[in-house]
Structure formats: C-alpha cells, structure tokens
Design a protein around this ligand. Structure first.
Ligand code: 3PY
Ligand code: MG
Length: 253
C-alpha cells in the first residue's frame, strides 16, 4: 500500500534523511533500511539500477516503513512511469533546467486531473487487490513525492518559476553538478557556487516548497538545516568510507 511517511513528515515540518543507494541488492537495502533512515534513494542516474530492480528494493524498504524513492536517469515520462509502477513512492529527477521541464516532471508523475501518468494496475497500486484503480489514482496523486534537482546555472536562474509549480514537493540542490556548471568542477565551496546556492536556498525557503540538498557529512547537514533545508540525501559509499576510516585509522596510526 502506497503510504508515504517521508512526505507526511515533510507536511508536518520535520526534517527527513535518506541515502542514495546504487546496487541491485535487496538484502543490503533491507539492512540499510533498518538503520533509521526516512528514505532510500535508489539511484538510476549515477548507478545502474533499472525499473526491474525497483520492486524488490521497494519491498525491502516497505518491510521497515522506510520510503523507497527513485532517482531516475532522466526527465522522461516512460522512465518515471516504470519506476513508480514498480514501487517507488516518489521520483527525484536530475537535470531539470527549465520551468517547462519541471512542469513535465509533475505531469509524468501524477494522474488526472493534474497529470497524465499512464494508468494500469501495477505493483505500486497493489495490482488492484487492496483498492480500486480509481481510488489508487487519488492516493497516488496525494502520496507520490516529487523532487526536482537544481544543479545547473540555468536551473538556479529559474528557481522562482519552479516554486510556483503545483505538485513539486522538494527543490533539491545538487552541489556537485552545480559547481561543475558554474565552472568550478567538484568545488562547491567556491564563493561563486556558494553565492548561487545561497540565493536558491533563500528563494525556496521563502516559498511553500521544501529545500533539499546533498549533505555528505553531519556538519554539512547541520549547516543546511540551519539554512532551512529539511530534505537531506547522503551517499552510502561516503557512510561506509567514514565508518571504515573511523574503525581502521586508530589501529593503523
Ligand atoms: C549533485 O550534487 O550533483 C547531485 O546530483 C546530488 O548528489
Ligand atoms: Mg547531480
């Protein structure tokens, strides 16, 4: 049953925390889901996940009331449809650079009357076993989380327009791609990049959208919490690296 606890926590004003996860390994996803995350963000953009992987990854999360989300490869209606139908409770779409593209994400993710997502019985809707397909369309429109990346200079310039698009829940700063787009690859600390992120953050926080960001460390997450972000994604590899180094360094030094 599609019930999106992450979206509910955001509605109530709470911060939510998740980690990107790139592996077609449901048991590992289940283990990670047991660590207290609000959501796992299955990454088909910088990972190799396919819609066929999504169902078992979603099941692993649903066992532990953790929200399965999909970062899709690209802003394409059939791609978004297949990840949602297989069981993602929301989509995070990279490289959305214009208001028209952002509108298209919502149209692809929602059923009528807001959108034109393709309609059929699917795993996400319990294949029609738990409620009618008509009831499911209304539930899906309520529960599906829509997250849009702001990670290029063009997208940052369009942020005001994005904040007025009905159906977008989270505007998510991608610091790495943004740094690249602004001519300072992999240097999000550069003052030019910081300036753009500051402006984007201020516009989003003043709107009714949630500010999201990639935060690779607790310090970054705390800093961005203070700046109004409430949706935080980190990376599984970074967590493993930090844990491994904390274990090994004292032994090796
Ligand atoms: C980026 O930083 O570019 C992202 O996509 C988020 O990690
Ligand atoms: Mg990116």
């Amino acid at each position: 049953m599609l019930e999106n606890s992450t979206k509910q926590k955001l509605r109530e004003g709470h911060a939510v925390y998740g980690t990107f996860f790139r592996y077609a390994a449901p048991s590992l996803a289940e283990f990670v889901a047991m660590q207290g995350w609000d959501f796992l963000l299955f990454d088909a953009e910088h990972g190799t996940l396919e819609p066929r992987d999504m169902a078992d990854l979603a099941r692993a999360c649903e066992l532990h009331e953790v929200t399965p989300l999909a970062r899709v490869t690209t802003n394409s209606a059939p791609v978004i449809l297949r990840f949602l139908d297989a069981g993602a409770h929301g989509v995070q779409v990279p490289w959305v650079n214009t208001a028209a593209a952002a509108e298209q994400v919502v149209v692809s993710s929602k059923y009528q009357p807001r959108g034109s997502r393709g309609l059929a019985g699917s795993r996400q809707g319990g294949w029609g076993n738990t409620e009618s397909l008509a009831d499911f369309t209304a539930r899906a429109n309520r529960e599906t989380l829509v997250v849009i990346h702001i990670e290029t200079a063009e997208a940052a310039a369009a942020v005001e327009e994005y904040t007025s698009i009905d159906g977008i829940d989270v505007l998510f700063i991608g610091p790495t791609d943004l740094s690249h787009s602004l001519g300072h690859p992999a240097n999000p600390g550069h003052p030019d990049v910081q300036e753009v992120m500051k402006r984007v953050a201020e516009v989003v926080v003043a709107s009714d959208k949630t500010l999201g960001i990639f935060a690779g460390s607790r310090a970054a997450a705390t800093d961005w919490y203070d700046r109004g972000a409430r949706y935080f994604a980190t990376g599984l590899e970074g967590l493993i690296k930090q844990g491994s180094q904390a274990y090994l360094r004292p032994a090796r030094d």
